[in-house]
Design a binder for this molecule. Structure first.
Ligand code: PLP
Length: 360
């Protein structure tokens, strides 16, 4: 068995230790004689799994008591709709457009009300985070929305916008649990877990209790109301049981690694290896304004499409996979999530140096 270095943006690399544990428990979970996949979500064994997952997540992020944690399904893209359905009381909200995922959320919100563009970095192909210190936020806006880490373009909000007192709603899919955050700064934050935490199909919503209510937009399905899931501890219907179990294992792994501060330091070291090389390379160059660089997704180009394609192909042959940039941007992108080991990034840079020598 040979594992490659997987630089995919998502679904993405998971800690090997977690996969091995899951494999060992596949046929008989903890003496139950069955797989977690085969187990009732109402069973005692499963209840322990989901409760521990929530508690471990609360510990990792230091989530205050007045925030609910919801394990949902439908991917991050379904949250683009559930946010306005649940939060757009005045049918008006502000959106900051920093890439495709923010744009998609913005387009979805327009189905339900007035979504206002507060700022955008579209003028320079989303290669930076716009100044968000004095946005045209009006009193009748229900919330301000951002995509905190832009998976495709490789930018990250290192300072959260001034929302002028409005609840901040943030998509953290590709930076969730990569570093500590102050949950109290958000009204709601959420993540599709397949980027940094677990298998596709699970979404995690962390929301301040006072924002949860029965008064959603008319026609909101029961399953789309945060209140339904909050009132039932994410067990209103059958949740994505196996996915949540794997997320729970990743939470335990993160705790064992020293928690999110330790993870942040590790991620900074890893990213620095790659960014330092990009800054000195004569062939490759990063595409993002330096102060807005993401620790998780690192896009880069040679400036020559044929050479980019050759690089991706030869890297794959060398065991460095999924380095092709997003289909809408081209070039390359290395996603270096929590579970990407330091050696993976070192191997990548070594390979880039060799490629540069051969092709310059
Ligand atoms: C991948 C991604 C999404 C979409 O996730 P799905 O689960 O496929 O709907 C949304 N936002 C961000 C930031 C992402 O990286």
């Amino acid at each position: 068995m040979a594992r490659i270095y997987n630089f995919s943006a998502g679904p993405a690399v998971l800690p090997e230790e977690v996969l091995k544990e899951a494999a060992a428990e596949m046929l008989d979970y903890n003496g139950t004689g069955m797989s977690v996949m085969e187990m009732s979500h109402r069973s005692k064994a499963y209840d322990t799994i989901i409760k521990e997952a929530e508690q471990d997540l609360r510990d990792l992020l230091n989530i205050p008591e007045n925030y609910k944690v919801l394990f949902l399904q439908g991917g991050a893209s379904l949250v683009f709709a559930s946010v306005p359905m649940n939060l757009m009381k005045n049918r008006k909200a502000g959106y900051i457009l920093t890439g495709q995922w923010a744009k998609k959320a913005f387009a979805e919100a327009k189905i339900y009300g007035e979504a206002v563009e507060l700022a955008s970095s579209a003028d320079k192909t989303f290669s930076y985070i716009p100044d968000c210190s004095d946005l045209p936020i009006t009193d009748d806006m229900d919330y301000v929305y951002i995509c905190e880490n832009n998976t495709i373009y490789g930018t990250k909000f290192h300072t959260l916008p001034d929302t002028k007192g409005k609840p901040l709603v943030a998509d953290l899919s590709s930076c969730f649990l990569s570093e500590p955050i102050d949950v109290t700064k958000y009204g709601m934050l959420y993540a599709g877990v397949q980027k940094n935490v677990g298998p596709a199909g699970v979404q995690i919503v962390i929301i301040r209790e006072d924002l949860i209510s029965d008064e959603c937009l008319p026609g909101t399905p029961t399953m789309m109301k945060y209140k339904t899931h909050a009132d039932n501890d994410s067990l209103y219907n059958t949740p994505p049981t196996y996915g949540i179990y794997i997320c729970g294992k990743v939470f335990k792994w993160l705790k064992k690694m020293g928690g999110l501060q330790a993870m942040k330091e590790y991620n900074e070291k890893k990213a620095k290896i790659l960014y330092d090389f990009l800054d000195e390379s004569k062939l490759f160059k990063g595409t993002v304004r330096k102060e807005d660089r993401s620790l998780m997704n690192v896009p880069f180009v040679t400036g020559n499409e044929e050479l980019d394609a050759k690089f991706v192909k030869e890297a794959k042959a060398a065991g460095l996979e999924s380095l092709k940039g997003h289909r809408t941007v081209g070039g390359m992108r290395a996603s270096i999530y929590n579970a990407m080991p330091m050696e993976g990034v070192e191997k990548l840079v070594e390979f880039m140096k060799k490629f540069e020598k051969e092709n310059l």
